[in-house]
Design a protein around this ligand. Sequence first.
Ligand code: GTP
Ligand code: MG
Length: 434
Amino acid sequence: MDEITALQKNMPTQAILVARIEEGMTEENREKSLDELEQLLETAGGVCFARLSQTRPHPDVRTYLGSGKAEELSQLIKGNKITLIVVDDELSPSQIKNLEDAMETEVRVIDRTMLILDIFARNAVTSEGILQVEIAQLKYSMPRLLGKGTALSRLGGGIGTRGPGESKLETDRRHIKRRIAYLEEALREMDETRSIQRSARRSSGIPQIAIAGYTNVGKSTLLNHLTHANILSEDKLFATLDPTTRRLKLPTAGEVVLTDTVGFIQHLPHHLVEAFKSTLDEVVLADLILIILDASDPEVDHQLSVTEQILSALYAKRKAEPRPMLYVFNKCDRVEKKMLPLLTPRADTVYISAVTGEGIDTLIARIEKAVSECKKEVVFKFPNAFGGGYLNRLYKTSTVVSCDYASDGMLIRVIADEKIRSMYKEFLVEKGGN
Ligand SMILES: Nc1nc2c(ncn2[C@@H]2O[C@H](COP(=O)(O)OP(=O)(O)OP(=O)(O)O)[C@@H](O)[C@H]2O)c(=O)[nH]1
Ligand SMILES: [Mg+2]
């Protein structure tokens, strides 16, 4: 049975993890990266039989590993009936094929991206999630069609329709392109609905808060704790793919909307980032982002830098201004109190446990503060008789964007904080996003 299929059917597939140690990479770093790959493999339902690594400044262009190492791998596989090799890197289509061919027994080679895509495919639940994952998978596998034909088996239909003189691969590629175009159109319609919903939420004036961070840090657990959202939270990577939005009533600052969404990981495949664009917009277009970190993970610094890198790439792509952020160190119940201040210092930091509830009151207080400081573009309409006075005050406290005079009043578009917005709320004609 094809290993990907075996993984999807929940059968434990024994795999060997393969890594290349680049110049300057310590053994410790390599082990950490392999630990994460092993976690990904287990999330996909596989088990690690052994790890194999090779120190090489560059990967072998043909087989990724050098010939001696490939032979060692082949013997290990043959002797232990292994059927899957997972390489901790992104491989070219020919490297995958050549490495498979270099093995004495039948084995399937996949790279890190393929493994992540497979997990996403297993965890996608909603039609939007399923579409997004299929687009990413097809885009990744299209240039990787090198004659084995296995990548197409899940698509069904379309094969055997080649015209005279065309190679089967060309037909397969065209079939995939058509399928991608069809899926992208379907996704575009869903994106439109999501974007309409988002604008409706924004124009309601209710602050939008995104819960973001590395995978498995406790984002869903936190949303569940705050709002009883009932989202699946599991000790697995990428348990959540689809955004869940819930309202939360703050003690004094009114209501906010919280959204929990897909987690990040180092080297997040770019086809996934593309396909999940509208889902990720929930994060970069929020009024405030809670960056959740796992305080008990020795790799917390790394988690933070990966998260910040992904966010800045998303801002750049969207041409969006960076949002205000609150750094939330979660799972503090697993960390000795005196160790907490040693965690990566950031200006706006809160320590919590989404399981025991410690620190949640402080988190809520910080959210209230951030929300009240958060500025939005709104429009006030003041009666002409008093407009000048209001305008003067607004110039002192906020950023006035435009000012229009009409017969029945003065329309002032302004970027103002919550204090000003509520002070003049009777004159608000457009609550705006930001
Ligand atoms: N001890 C402890 N465990 C926690 C805490 N928060 C979450 N967890 C556990 O961490 C695991 C992951 O939690 P999730 O809420 O699914 O994490 P997530 O960030 O939503 O993960 P993905 O959706 O997979 O990216 C689960 O087993 C949770 O029970 C916490 O404060 N303390
Ligand atoms: Mg989750």
